[in-house]
Write a protein that binds this ligand. Structure first.
Ligand code: PLP
Length: 426
């Protein structure tokens, strides 16, 4: 691949930014090579600074369910910018976004807007601790909940990719407040709840895991978590930063019919700008300052540009047929990958929920972190570069999701399936 400009930019970037990137997985550490520096995007396509173009299945790691530079989002941001970019005072635009979210997500009666998924999770966990008067939090091996200290214990996504599932710089005393169970294994949850009676404030889970690659909840898993949390007097937190407005308009809780006490959102609700949110039961959310004693704040929270983009995105998603279209594109991508695996005799396990999917280089099935971790990451790296050379952009790590957007056409997906067959064969 001809990319002298990206190489020159990467060298410049490394001189001033650790690893040359502002989020670790962007560095291509797991797959090698120089990341293309992106110049622009439109619809399902991105162009790099060397003039190469790619059909994009990364979607900025999840937010871009409408594709790049969607006209409604661009117009909303331009109008908001012309009205002033930040006030540190309430605005109508943030109320509108909050109303859309409350109307859509079954568990959310009250919510607060923040600027990232990390902030949403950090705040939800604090509120759960304040509400229950307990310290410990139970999470799942391979689930990722952003980079707050207590959540960087056996975390997925970049932490798993870089082989540092538990980060340096997190005090042991603090990490000890985080208990880790196995995904899709209610027995492991029950055992921890029993061993720490009256000490667990919350169970936090990705209702569809996306950060160890896509791993759907097995039938009964989410229902079981609901029951176990209730029995233990703990809150149930769904981290729907990826799945919110992705696997259904109302998120995984609408799709699977299990209602948590608190929900974390991010990614799609910002339409490509920085927005997160945490919300849930009114009696729990009333713990948040200024109503209650749990402090939480943000200079740029509810930022006018960001909420304008998010509102435009949710309004587009609320139109009839959007989730059917995403399902059809996802199913086409899955079928294309299966055919490519079969034609080349490759052991691939494809997990998919709607428009999010992962092809794991393993016989499968993949239902836990241990299963996902058994994938052949070297083969993934070869596959990744094979796709990139053929003009298809996916996450530079096995332990991530691919996404289709409403901007993808059946031709885009067919092109990717052909590229996948080539990349697996070559
Ligand atoms: C991306 C992600 C986060 C963190 O969100 P940021 O905006 O990157 O801070 C948290 N939880 C899940 C499930 C995510 O996928």
């Amino acid at each position: 691949m001809d990319n002298p400009r990206s190489e020159a930019l990467f060298a410049r970037a490394k001189a001033v930014i650790p690893g040359g990137v502002n989020s670790p997985v962007r560095s291509f550490g797991a797959v090698g090579g120089t990341p293309p520096f992106i110049a622009r995007g439109a619809g399902a396509r991105v162009w790099d600074v060397d003039g190469n173009s790619y059909v994009d299945f990364l979607g900025s790691w999840g937010p871009l369910v409408l594709g790049h530079a969607h006209p409604a989002v661009v117009e909303a941001v331009q109008r908001a910018a012309a009205d002033g970019t930040s006030f540190g005072a309430p605005t109508e635009r943030e109320v509108r976004l909050a109303e859309l979210i409350v109307a859509a997500v079954p568990s959310i009666e009250l919510l607060r807007l923040v600027s990232s998924g990390t902030e949403a999770v950090m705040s939800a966990v604090r509120i759960a601790r304040a509400f229950t008067g307990r310290a410990k939090v139970l999470k799942f091996n391979g689930n990722y909940h952003g980079h707050a200290d207590g959540m960087l214990v056996k975390a997925g996504s970049g932490a798993a990719t870089l082989g540092v599932p538990t980060s340096a710089g997190v005090p042991e005393t603090y990490a000890a407040e985080t208990l880790v169970a196995e995904y899709n294994d209610l027995g492991s949850v029950g055992a921890l709840l029993e061993a720490h009676v009256n000490h667990i404030a919350a169970i936090i889970v990705e209702p569809v895991a996306g950060n160890m690659g896509v791993v759907p909840p097995e039938p009964g898993f989410l229902e079981g978590l609901r029951r176990l949390a209730d029995d233990a007097g703990a809150l149930l937190i769904f981290d729907e930063v990826i799945t919110g407005f992705r696997v259904a308009y109302g998120g995984a809780q609408a799709r699977y019919g299990v209602t948590p006490d608190l929900t974390c959102l991010g990614k799609i609700i910002g339409g490509g700008l920085p927005v997160g949110a945490f919300g849930g039961r009114a009696d729990v959310m009333e713990m948040v300052a200024p109503l209650g004693p749990a402090y939480q704040a943000g200079t740029l929270s509810g930022n006018p540009l960001a909420v304008a983009a998010g509102t435009a995105c949710l309004e587009a998603l609320a139109k009839p047929g959007t989730y059917e279209a995403l399902e059809a594109l996802g199913a086409q991508a899955e079928a294309g990958l299966r055919a490519a695996a079969e034609a080349t005799g490759t052991a691939l396990t494809i997990n998919r929920v709607g428009s999010m999917f992962t092809a794991f280089f393993t016989e499968g099935p993949v239902r836990t972190w241990a299963d996902a971790a058994g994938s052949d990451t070297e083969r993934y790296a070869v596959f990744f570069h094979g796709l990139l050379e053929r003009g298809v952009y996916v996450a530079p790590s096995q332990f991530e999701s691919a996404f289709v957007s409403l901007a993808h056409t059946t031709e885009d997906v067919a092109l990717a399936a052909k590229a996948a067959a080539g990349a697996l064969g070559g």
